[in-house]
Design a protein around this ligand. Sequence first.
Ligand code: BG6
Length: 485
Amino acid sequence: MDNNFDLVIFGGTGDLALRKLYPALFMADCDGRLHREGRIIAAARQTLDDSAFRTRVSEALSRFIPSMVTSAGEARVAAFLSRITYLALDATNVEQYRALKASLNERDSQTVFYLSVGPSLFPAIVGGLKAADLNTPDTRIVLEKPLGRDLVSSREINDLVLGAFAESQVYRIDHYLGKETVQNLLALRFGNTLLEPLWNRSWVRDVQITIAEAVGVETRGEFYDSTGAFRDMVQNHLLNLLCITAMEPPSSLDPDAVRDEKLQVLRSLKPWTRESLRENLVRGQYRAGLLRGEQVPAYTSEQGVAAGSATETYVALRTEVGNWRWAGVPFYLRTGKRMAERRAELVINFNPPPHSIFEGVLAPNRLVITLQPEESVRLYTMAKAPGDGMRLREVFLDLDFHEFFRERRQDAYERLLLDVLRGNATLFMRRDEADAAWRWCQPVLDFWAAEGGTPIGYAAGSWGPPASSRLTAVGGTAWHEELQL
Ligand code: BG6
């Protein structure tokens, strides 16, 4: 790693930092990709000294990446911890940013401010950085989602940040864009000639994008209850996956070349109408149920969740990308907590053969790109089953990336943090993208707010409310797991 750096993590004692950021930085360090003198400064409200805080990070590493810690050994862990210093800072006290400035001024390094805090603290932190003149043109600022609750509040946040930093300094993170398979989708689409001629309305019948989680709201009940699945997952992760799937080939991997094409997709999403809001949108909330043989409670019994809460834990929707490539092709998006299994995947269903010379039904070809739990690409095709006659069966060509590439996968946060340190913004959202995504989402939020009502219940451990199957059935298709062999 070439650049020396000072990475300041606001919210440095928080769940995201301990669960994701330090483990990601540790893994990058083990691979020799952090500059020898690079420093991590954890800033948070609590009074702690360096040594107590380092113990906390060490425990987090052992908890979240135990095998990496064991194989790296104590000396490496100690070397990593020695990069970390702790700064007790009340984010709302402008004076305290001076101490931060004093420690940063001593060094010739790339400064990055990572705001791993709720958006309510953004004004104080950005104001503090500005008051201490820490927002110099060579610094970078990373913003964690959620960037607001709606179009208006996200614009306020962006205006605020852009009042202190230039757009080129701002890195809006969406960790789904850092996942290996998402980049493999770029490779698959634009590094090969095979698929691109088929990647359009003439050959594709529908596209399905699913992020299903088996976990519930865990310790984040309060946050989640005021957020819901639509803001938490659809507005960012699902729309980003849709953009990478549907975008035109960019002229290069240059940040703006890629982001311009993603923006075009967001701007082409079919606007919601009264009718489509009623017909193409399903919201659900999990009830008690059995998940992998274990009884789990209803959402409304989770800690931090209001009794009788109407927050959705599941969303399924149908939309279209209104351009020449995709006109008329349904894009089905869905996400949910406490679903039957953890599975994130993109499914491209191709048109069925126009005429069959065989007995029985021919299943249309499907390309299934799985992001998690394992990364794989499968192309489902029809083949003759052994034996008499011409009975066809569905089989698949399987590209298992774990089988093929033995090297360790970079974690999404690891890749994105390194990108920030190197100044590569390709996998980060530009302001106009964030704006376009919220603009498309806003009518849904307004509709639910006006309509009131409650989400449809679904049993924990299921694939969501039956209404979501009706959504695909109307379009003459079914969700991928309903089509499984
Ligand atoms: C986060 C959401 O952005 O993504 C969480 O806030 C969700 O609610 C998480 O659990 C899912 O990420 P991953 O990488 O585990 O699929």
